[in-house]
Design a protein around this ligand. Structure first.
Ligand SMILES: [Zn+2]
Length: 284
């Protein structure tokens, strides 16, 4: 399996988390929520071993403060250097704050394979306008897929759920049709709108991950995406340490996907996305 959406916290941040959350209401909200867990690289590697996850694209946690983002990035970049065959680093940045372009470029130079997970609502940046265009431009310049949090605009409330949703995500994707964008959490339901032919055409570089799916949708969603025709752009994202990868695969099996379809979602699609260019290939 290849997991594209998971969060690690550097132990030196976890140990004095109150110091950091005091200045960041969104981070505070996430870290003080009931189900929140912290995982280190070592924790993750054990779970990967146990569950049969070969590759993981790991993020820290995107904060409002650029300096804190940088600390998160240092941790995942170092982890990816230590385990080049198992881990890819995703860089987090704060697009409205000074130094964000430098941080994307720095992370790319140090081997980042993508940018994200970013939280437009939680970090307080819009998906339209100058900074959003700049973000897409920098990702494109570095050939970096961009993982963006999107949640449903309806349904039950949960921590981290904000009101930047499918409308803003669709606008951003249409404006940057040449950029690989992963919309997290099934794109907040945006994928259902790929039944509209013009969106399906525009969204050929839009990917959707399954993160937190078991808390959001009936597992029938796996049959629905096959029918809509987006299965080749769906990626396994676990939101580890929130949910085990095995639970996702079990739901795919129970929903009746074929082994070949499960292999696409669990691994092949992500390999196509991250390894389609030489530049991201790790020397074996
Ligand atoms: Zn998310």
């Amino acid at each position: 399996m290849f997991d594209v959406h998971l969060h690690l916290f550097p132990p030196e941040i976890t140990c004095c988390i109150d110091k950091y959350t005091a200045k960041d209401p969104f981070l505070h909200q996430i870290c003080s929520s009931k189900g929140h867990k912290y995982a280190t690289v070592e924790d993750l590697l054990q779970v990967m071993e146990r569950c049969g996850v070969e590759m993981a694209a790991v993020s820290g946690f995107a904060a409002k403060d650029q300096g804190l983002c940088r600390l998160m990035n240092d941790y995942v970049l170092e982890a990816a250097r230590r385990y080049p065959r198992r881990l890819l680093a995703m860089a987090v940045v704060s697009p409205e704050q000074p130094g964000f372009a430098q941080e994307i470029r720095r992370a790319a130079e140090e081997g980042a394979a993508g940018v994200g997970e970013l939280f437009p609502w939680g970090q307080g940046f819009p998906l339209e306008g100058k900074e959003a265009d700049r973000l897409a431009g920098l990702c494109r310049e570095g050939n970096l897929p961009l993982l963006l949090h999107v949640n449903e605009i309806v349904g039950h409330h949960y921590t981290g759920k904000g009101d930047i949703s499918i409308k803003e995500a669709a606008f951003f994707a249409s404006n940057h049709a040449e950029q690989d964008i992963i919309f997290a959490h099934w794109g907040g339901g945006l994928l259902f709108y790929e039944l509209m032919p013009e969106l399906h055409r525009q969204f050929q570089r839009v990917w959707y991950d399954t993160a937190a799916g078991p808390f959001l949708y009936d597992k029938k969603i796996y049959r629905v995406i096959r029918e809509i025709g987006v299965l080749p752009r769906v990626l396994l994202g676990t939101d580890y340490p929130l949910i085990s990868p095995l639970r996702y695969r079990r739901e795919m099996e129970e929903a009746g996907l074929t082994p070949a379809e499960i292999a696409m979602i669990c691994s092949e699609n992500a390999r196509r996305l991250f390894f389609s260019t030489e530049q991201h290939m790790h020397a074996d």
